[in-house]
Design a protein around this ligand. Structure first.
Ligand SMILES: CC(C)(COP(=O)(O)OP(=O)(O)OC[C@H]1O[C@@H](n2cnc3c(N)ncnc32)[C@H](O)[C@@H]1OP(=O)(O)O)[C@@H](O)C(=O)NCCC(=O)NCCS
Length: 173
């Protein structure tokens, strides 16, 4: 699937580049979704330094977002989140597919991410798209009772692109 760098439509939901004016709505979702949400400044910094920052926009407004850092031939998924009222509809899958396609099309070879072992929904999502665990970062995350490890997942984006060529319309995209 060819993906516009700026905007792509899927039914009533579009994704587009996150801009400063989106940050308040993004932070509201972030605060409702995480026990330890990112502060607003991190989103502004990600936009300022030119990371791949996307929002999912429904007719009623922003319903999700994803942020990716790219460098040295690798993409790093920093955050992906869907508003609780809109989960279970394939939106995170669509957004991640778009981000992976874009990372591959701009010459990146691998995708990396960290996830809490307790985050079963996210792990299912990453597994289902072909990410595989390659390591653990001990005590990476703040937790209510101290620290929580991160599981590190990786995907070969050339393998991803070959799978996409065979199956251009991945379920939910
Ligand atoms: C993780 C998250 C982004 C998934 O968003 P979503 O839009 O509901 O996910 P989708 O509907 O696209 O689901 C895609 C796949 O994810 C997995 N998944 C999603 N929700 C799940 C759940 N509650 N339990 C188990 N698996 C789940 C499934 O594999 C699903 O595929 P399926 O529907 O074919 O079974 C969402 O739960 C969220 O925003 N969580 C809070 C923020 C967060 O934890 N982000 C990840 C940080 S690493």
């Amino acid at each position: 699937m060819a993906v516009s760098a700026e905007r792509s439509d899927t039914g009533a939901i579009v994704h587009r580049t996150m801009v400063e004016a989106d940050v308040a709505a993004v932070v509201a979702i972030e605060q409702s979704a995480y026990t330890f949400p990112w502060p607003e400044g991190i989103f502004r910094d990600c936009i300022r330094v030119g990371y791949l920052c996307r929002v999912l926009v429904a007719p009623e407004g922003i319903v999700g977002y994803g942020l990716v850092a790219m460098g040295a031939g690798e993409m790093h998924l920093l955050n992906i989140c869907v508003h609780a009222h809109c989960r279970g509809q394939g939106l995170a899958r669509r957004l991640l597919v778009w981000l992976l396609d874009e990372a591959h099309q701009t010459g990146n070879g691998y995708a990396f991410l960290e996830v809490r072992p307790s985050n079963h929904a996210a792990i299912q999502l990453y597994d289902s798209l072909g990410f595989r665990q390659v390591g653990v970062r001990a005590g990476y995350y703040q937790a209510t009772d101290g620290r929580e490890d991160a599981q590190v997942y990786r995907m070969d984006l050339d393998v991803w692109a070959m799978a996409r060529a065979k199956r251009p319309l991945l379920r939910g995209t």
